[in-house]
Design a protein around this ligand. Sequence first.
Ligand code: SF4
Length: 286
Amino acid sequence: MSQETAALICSYLKKFNCSSVHIGGGEPLLNLHLLCEVVDVLTKNNIFIEYVETNCSWATTDKKTTETIEQLLYHGIQCLLISVDPFHNEFIPFEKVQRTISSCKKSGMRTLIWQAEFESDILRFDAKTTHKPAEYISHYGFSYFADVCTRYGIVFGGRAADIFRKYSEKYPIGTILKNSSPCQRLANTSHFHIDLYKKYIPTLCTGFSVPIEEIDCIPHKYPLLNGLYAEGISFLYNLATMQYNYCPRGEGYVNNCDLCLDIRKHLFNLSALYLELSPSGFYKAL
Ligand code: SF4
């Protein structure tokens, strides 16, 4: 995110009376210099930064880790949210996480371990290397990952949905549609995101985004968001089956968000012109 974009976002945050943010990724610490530039813009605009999220992939040595944390403290960051869970452990050796936590303690950086309850599960394995879900399953049993999805409170979206789907019970389309109700989550602003393309991502429904200056236009410019908010998944299903030849999956769906994601992928692949289905990279990566 450029400083210009950060400054523009600050002006909208103020307009909507939002005085604090968190910074997430991807991985915000992939580029420390750019992160600090954005942090400086937020601070200059009196926007408080509650925490920066990190997966600790960058914590390769004690020296680098300490220097990074000291630089963050210098720029006013007071808390790191550190990802601790079996999902990240597939890609990041736990020793990097341990190094970051210990360095934060020494430097006076507060930490929010997300989530500390998984620490003991992960510590059963060699901290110097990564561990795939199959290793966890062979150690803790087949239901381990399904339990982890529930314990973690995983949100059904994006690539996380693939994990959830693999280990969860599925229901026929009729059952999902019978329980359709308006997606009020779309209008919840207690936790939302703004990406580097200056787009607002409503709550935790990933794969939808609208330009920040068009939030007020959602009811007339973004029919999918509007229909889901007003009617729920039955709106999207009716539209997709009647106008876009969508066929329900025989194996069923975990929940309404599973069906929603599958339909949106279908619409995106047909190049259906719904501007709220963005960013395109989200759908290409599914
Ligand atoms: S069904 Fe779609 S819009 Fe509704 S809450 Fe789930 S992901 Fe969000």
